[in-house]
Write a protein that binds this ligand. Sequence first.
Ligand code: DLL
Length: 431
Amino acid sequence: MYWDPSIEKMPLKDLKALQERRLRALVHLAYEYSPFYRRRFKEAGINPWDIRGLEDLTKLPFTKKQDLRDNYPFGMFAVPTSQIVRFHASSGTTGKPTVVGYTSNDINVWVESLCRSLIACGVSRNDIMQIAYGYGLFTGGLGFHYAAERLGATVIPISAGNTQRQIELMKDLHTTVLACTPSYMLYLAEFASNNGVDLRETKLRMGIFGAEPWSEETRKRIEEKTGIDAFDVYGTSELSGPLFTECVERNGLHVWADHFLIEIVDENGEPVGEGERGELVVTTLTKEAMPLIRWKTGDITIMEEEKCNCGRTHPRIMRILGRADDMLIVRGVNVFPSQIEHVLMQIPEVGEHYMIILDRAESGLDEMTIQVELAEKAFSDKVSDILKLEEKIAEKLKSVLNVWAKVEVVNPGTLQRFEGKAKRVIDRRKI
Ligand code: DLL
């Protein structure tokens, strides 16, 4: 099923031509109406007329998170506030907040893009979608809300938290699709099981999980425990909010190339080779209020341009490994938390919840401690069993990722649970 087959299956040649036209219009608009980009272009010695085709894209400078912070709140906008119909904002927990504005057309593009994605992963107007992403300044709740309504599905706008109520409504209102972070899904499934509710006996058939990195192994665990199909969804507030999901083929997330032009670059900003991993850079081709040119998302992924078996021609990005700045460097070894998760979830005795703690030892070396919960079914109070398991996990981490970690196995239910984005890394090295 497609939302708009003429666009989703557009021949690649036509799609590229459309992108070129839109890119040319974008640079002219940005130069004309965005004081930020006019300044940027002048500093880089670029005239909008220099950008004639996609091959000229790399002449343009990158836009970075710091640019949004430096120009907070309105300095990145290309329209007067009278044309803005909504703001979303980041909480600013990792620095100064950032704000994103939307014209009515921007909202429309966002909603239509997510509608395409929802249809691609199998949501239909017959579905009842429980939206357990946070509503408010975070884009998750409202983003899914408007798209699901536009699709004609039934929305339960419950927002995140209040887990008991989530389960009650899920049963009573016959929820078929749940949208929330993967960490919240894990918590919800655990809560249900601790309260004698078998999610397999409800009407829930699929989940759309994102807003944070999660591994393929966690997908398997969620599916095994709950009997649902779990899909990945990616987006960032700067690009609008949740936007791209996997299709039923589940071999990457389709990026709607008529609105978003993507590149993958290495740490020096140079394009990586085909199929190589790097940072996702996005140019918004149609955003009006806050257009972004070569926006460095910070997210690490791989691009796939082959046409998908589902018939869609738009490129795909593979599951996000993590943010470049979330990469841990422990004793010279680089590792993403999602890679650690992937290894942990392959060990049946390990539960779904874990924490990574980084310390600096007196010797000056970095030390990583990984706390994992024992899986319910593996429960043992024999110290020797626990010690053996800790050793087994540490060995597996060493052999697969080459990282050395001290492993602490703790009882089920003891580590923190998360309703929104999980914070599983505590870095005490900087304190
Ligand atoms: O998290 C938008 C969103 C809402 C996406 C609901 C999906 C579902 P921000 O709060 O601006 O926006 O955070 C964006 O979250 O740069 C990634 O680092 C991370 N992220 C989002 N989706 C995924 C995903 C929303 N599927 C930041 N896998 C991004 C891994 C993800 N990381």
